[in-house]
Design a protein. Structure first.
Length: 372
């Protein structure tokens, strides 16, 4: 039997993350009908304005489960086949043998072999994901750049393949999800953003969640501080940023409450069919940007915590903002948490991130929140 929510312990653990160096952190934890929301630290380092649990926040790649759910909804409707080659739907974007070999499923679970386009869109990130070989200069240069999804996809398709179609481990790549956005547009006749909004966000009743069309975040929100491994010192605010460079891959704005509601409805079968949800939970090994092996399904990460069990959800990062959302396998325990500093580590002589007190404090909070 799980522990009931202990507000005092949860708040102390959240405070510890702030004291370890995180400017601001806020979260919602649910255990059945019980709910706790908390915050620690500041939303603005200059003014001392505090963070609050209801703030809207860029949640990065937690966008991917929303996009995957929209695709699987179209699978349920008979408009898309999971094992149909992407070349059937988008022959101009992925032509020839690759288009015939790469299926929709391979795009969703990152086993397509298509490379990440990010280093080509941001020239100063040419070494990405080898962070020590990159610089953050083009972040400022592209703050208001409106990227074209087709051009970004072409960069990823033209780059050397990172694997054979369907091979494992897969390699995490935003190119896959930009292609899924084009797929949704091709089969519905509306933009991916409108499709995901209609078929997922609105159906779930998420009033504070959106795929933004402007660089600004509407409503109460924190500044988003990017440190880029000490190369931006002091960390710079990127809460105003055009997110067209990731769109259906990582541009979502949401709240911790909306994230918990989304995953609750997803896992209870209210957004996609039970058969589609079972497909979503079929995992393969995928190499992350950081070189770690993820247990990855169709837009979902699976995490097993010793002594606690299995959790499903996703992690996300944008420039200066981070978030994670996890739900226990039985659907009872949920955590969504957001932070307003990213890449807080310094690099060692071999250009690898050094441990930071935030790491242990955040891991301790997550474990406590998930029932530890």
């Amino acid at each position: 039997m799980r522990d009931t929510l202990d507000s005092s312990k949860l708040q102390t653990a959240l405070d510890t993350v702030h004291q370890a160096g995180m400017p601001g952190i806020f979260a919602e934890v649910r255990d059945g009908a019980d709910c706790w929301r908390g915050a620690a630290g500041v939303a603005d380092l200059a003014t001392g304005r505090p963070v609050t649990p209801d703030m809207r926040h860029r949640v990065g790649s937690i966008t991917k489960p929303f996009t995957a759910a929209a695709v699987l909804h179209r699978v349920d409707q008979g408009d898309i086949g999971l094992d149909t080659p992407i070349g059937h739907y988008l022959p101009r974007l992925v032509p020839g043998e690759r288009g015939a070999a790469i299926t929709v499923r391979m795009l969703i679970n990152h086993t397509s072999g298509l490379a990440e386009y990010l280093p080509y869109a941001y020239p100063s990130l040419a070494g990405f994901p080898a962070v020590g070989k990159t610089t953050p200069e083009s972040l400022e240069a592209h703050r208001f750049t409106k990227f074209d999804a087709i051009e970004l996809i072409e960069m990823g398709v033209a780059a050397p393949a990172v694997g054979a179609p369907g091979g494992t481990p897969g390699v995490y790549s935003n190119t896959n999800y930009l292609l899924l956005g084009q797929l949704l547009e091709a089969v519905t006749g509306i933009s991916a953003e409108k499709c995901i909004t209609r078929d997922v966000i609105e159906r779930a009743g998420l009033r504070d969640t959106e795929l933004p069309s402007t660089p600004e975040i509407d409503g109460p929100h924190s500044r988003h501080y990017e440190a880029w491994f000490g190369m931006i010192d002091p960390p710079r605010d990127y809460s105003v940023f055009d997110m067209s460079w990731v769109s259906p891959a990582a541009s979502l704005i949401s709240t911790v409450t909306d994230l918990n509601r989304f995953f609750d409805l997803l896992f209870s079968g209210e957004l996609i069919s039970p058969s589609a949800l079972a497909q979503m939970r079929g995992t393969v090994p995928v190499v992350s940007f950081e070189g770690e092996i993820l247990d990855y399904g169709l837009g979902l990460q699976k995490s097993t915590l010793p002594g606690l069990g299995t959790y499903w959800g996703h992690e996300g990062s944008a420039w200066g903002s981070g978030a994670m959302s996890w739900t226990s396998a039985d659907g009872r325990r949920q955590l969504s948490v957001a932070v307003n500093l990213q890449r807080w580590h310094r690099l060692d002589a071999s250009q690898r991130p050094l441990p930071h007190p935030i790491d242990a404090a955040l891991a301790a909070f997550v474990r406590l929140a998930l029932g530890g």
